[in-house]
Design a protein around this ligand. Structure first.
Ligand SMILES: NC(=O)c1ccc[n+]([C@@H]2O[C@H](COP(=O)([O-])OP(=O)(O)OC[C@H]3O[C@@H](n4cnc5c(N)ncnc54)[C@H](OP(=O)(O)O)[C@@H]3O)[C@@H](O)[C@H]2O)c1
Length: 257
């Protein structure tokens, strides 16, 4: 039996961590990518291995071409194949500066990490999946892109983040269209307000907004809510769907009067 393999970027913490654990529970060998937090990544690997699964940690800045290549090479050398890429790694806008004060430096960091990196990682992953398919070793590949409600909801102190996340929808459509004939399905997951280190600094604000009815489902999203959606998408249950956006947001996207 072939063991299917997933690479989850930014899976040392938060949403990515929950996705890595969920995919491992589903039988995937998992590449746990991280930027700096080696101990946290090793903890995720240890947890997967303790449950009888396979995992390995790969340090790489997804914004760096050399790092992306090394990461993909590492996953292929360790596990021999790649079935799923989850483009999860992302950062918020450094300093959350008002649009009138926003800097090119912040823009470049956010775009490198949140859009350019995921695009070129998807490109390389797709090439590998196509190669495996041509060798008769892969039936279906999946690329899952994590965007955000910030793709369409304005935060004027995070312009670079919003614009990069908006770009992820077009990136998903482009990849979905080009890769459909290669049996690679591409989906966008659009998380709402999810409890993680990223949202910890704005916890009080969102506690209040959620209590006041920001979302029809009045609770914080949990990383596991997103992870379960990823597991469902890569199960093949949506094989006649590609390029789709899945809102995991407590109903935030519903316009209300
Ligand atoms: N939390 C939310 O409410 C929310 C809502 C919508 C969308 N999202 C999106 O969901 C994704 C995960 O968010 P999160 O809340 O789980 O974030 P988080 O708690 O801040 O975790 C970020 C993860 O990404 C890794 N990372 C950061 N920069 C990286 C880089 N350049 N290269 C490789 N890995 C990098 C971090 O690694 P280290 O541990 O090594 O630093 C960490 O594992 C992001 O794309 C985010 O934009 C989050």
């Amino acid at each position: 039996m072939k063991q299917r393999v997933a690479l989850v970027t930014g899976s040392s913490r938060g949403i990515g961590r929950a996705i890595a654990l969920e995919l491992a529970r589903g039988g995937y060998a998992v590449g746990v990518n991280y930027l700096r937090n080696r101990n946290a990544a090793e903890e995720v690997v240890g947890q997967i291995q303790a449950a009888g699964g396979q995992a390995a940690a790969f340090a790489a800045d997804v914004g760096s071409a050399a790092d992306r290549e090394r990461c993909l090479d590492g996953v292929l050398a360790t596990f021999g194949r790649l079935d799923v890429l989850v483009n999860n790694a992302g950062i918020t806008s450094p300093g959350r500066k008002d649009l009138l004060e926003a800097t090119e430096e912040s823009w470049e960091t956010v775009f490198d990490t949140n859009l350019k990196g995921p695009f070129f990682l998807a490109q390389r992953a797709a090439r590998e999946m196509i190669r495996l398919r041509n060798e008769g070793r892969l039936e279906a590949g999946y690329i899952i892109n994590l965007s955000s409600i910030s793709a369409y909801a304005v935060s004027s102190n995070r312009a670079d983040y919003c614009i990069a996340k908006a770009g992820m929808q077009m990136m998903t459509w482009l990849l979905a269209d080009r890769l459909a004939e290669e049996a690679i399905r591409v989906y966008e997951i659009c998380p709402g307000v999810i409890a993680s280190d990223m949202t910890a600094p704005v916890k009080e604000k969102y506690d209040r907004l959620i209590a006041e009815g920001l979302t029809p489902i009045r609770r914080w999203g949990q990383p596991e809510d997103v992870a379960k959606a990823v597991a469902a998408l890569v199960s093949g249950a949506f094989s006649f769907s590609t390029g789709e956006r899945f809102n995991i947001d407590g109903g935030f996207h519903i316009r209300r009067l």
